[in-house]
Write a protein that binds this ligand. Sequence first.
Ligand code: WT7
Length: 646
Amino acid sequence: MSETQVIPVKDKIASSAHVDAQSYEEMYRRSIEDPEGFWAEHGKRIDWMKPYSQIKDVSFGPDDVHIRWFADGTTNAAVNCIDRHLPAKKDQPAIIWEGDDPGEDKTITYGELHRQVCRMANILKARGVTRGDRVTIYMPMIPEAAYAMLACARIGAIHSVVFGGFSPDALAGRIEDCESTFVITADEGVRGGRKIPLKANTDKALTKCPGVRHVLVVRRTGGDIDWHEDRDLWFHEEFEKVGDDCPAEEMGAEDPLFILYTSGSTGKPKGVLHTTGGYLVFTSMTHEYVFDYKDGEVYWCTADVGWVTGHSYILYGPLANGATTLIFEGVPNYPDASRHWQVCDKHKVNIYYTAPTAIRALMREGEEPVKKTDRKSLRLLGTVGEPINPEAWMWYYKTVGEERCPVVDTWWQTETGGIMISPLPGAIDLKPGSATKPFFGVKPEIVDTNGNVQEGACQGNLCIADSWPGQMRTVYGDHERFIQTYFSTYPGKYFSGDGCRRDEDGYYWITGRVDDVINVSGHRMGTAEVESALVAHKKVAEAAVVGYPHDLKGQGIYAYVTLVAGEEPSEELRKELVQWVRQEIGPIASPDLIQWAPSLPKTRSGKIMRRILRKIAENDYSNLGDTSTLADPAVVDDLVENRMNR
Ligand code: WT7
């Protein structure tokens, strides 16, 4: 028997939910035993221009990796998110926008969304953007970010959204990699009362990107910006020059919808490519079932559109379902720690979806900021992005949800497109800290390091044995890297990079990354990226970066830095390096701790022994394992002696 607490599904919830325990088991079994039949049926949940006759065409290798779903069908994502709802929902809110300032908000009906998206699409078209072109979107959390994404989808352009917190360099790298010719941004963003110079960052980035012809600028703050007459366009001016009518492109199910860059264990960020039909089927279906979404409900996902959560569960999934989706410009603690709950009360939010790091930060503020709000509209709570500790889970469940709202802990990745392992609120008993059971069509396997599939209760590396419609199709421009990264470690399976335990009830418990990727406040960072930013500094000879447990962030960034000969460590230099990394990548990559390392522990062949560095950073230096293969074992003593995380 497991000692973990189990929170059974309440009868009242099961009876009104999309699926109860029995129908989950039946549907799940069918989805695995007869994927063709299952998806042939559920693919119909979106509108197709030309219906599909093919369902699944997949090979996970070894020679050839290809993934195609509904391949001969045609559709358009914007039509599914907007036009098809117009007959019934023209005047229903599609987007509720809540500004950074509590006094500012705006409601956009489906009818208005249609008009805005068509106009934005016509602006792009008028400036030469066509089907297949890449458009980079570098925006704050304002409705125009959604218009921009949907406008691309409408005309068949591929959007690449870059998180507004990334630096000019990071933006430039992402523009260059996919050879974008068009950028959409705002003059400035506003978060927590502070301005973010998006246009100035874009200007800096574009000094390195000669291929960009136009920058479309949305006026958010009216702040001072530089203007390049031949290149820059004001959105509000262009808006007046175009019409409301924009026929949607007929896209193949496998035509690209978007690229989204994400960090891996090596090299520069990968352009994860998602296509149209399968992605929309999977995100809309998971949104409906996991959140048990019912027509007319107000749904709020607190992510930024710069991350996949924003793509799948602020925009595409909810809008494909005709939901009202809330877009919040601000942060949880501005003007005070009650803000999120005030927003819930103000807009009568029914479903609230956030990250464990936000929950932990709010939990630290105590109950008072929560209790002074009503929250009676809330019906369901969700989390995503990193493992949630049972203590934070219980606080969320009891204090925020008053034991009325089920908590769905949803495990998935940029690569998976949508939710893979999660409770279904009417069907699956909850265990705090566990993502529980697989969604329909998802076949998890836990393998040991030799690739042997483990049965029953076990622990190991999490793979997915077969394809699902929302799966990424390739790394943009580098299919070989796609195969190498995801299908070569355990041939024939998709490898997630996560460790996982399965308990005696068949529940999955994600234990975190097993590769050199760290998860800082739910944001994914490749340690290699932070390292290359550090060594780009002229005083740094060598750097190794690992994660360590951090109370609020989940993981913090711990950097070991070796200076070039003749440079002296100092507090100033430490600050300078933190600042440097912020500038190179963005604030989310700031090292939390920097340890000066006279040298790094290496094998005789010169490979850095990260296992040891991880242990020291975790303050678990008593058991460093076998150090006999080290070129110079004394290096370790110095590192332990001067460790930063005591
Ligand atoms: C990595 C993916 C999925 C959207 C946000 C992050 C971790 C994600 C959970 C969860 C434990 C989780 C994994 C995964 N992760 N959700 N519910 N429990 N870990 O997307 O940036 O692609 O990161 O986030 O380690 O591999 P991402």
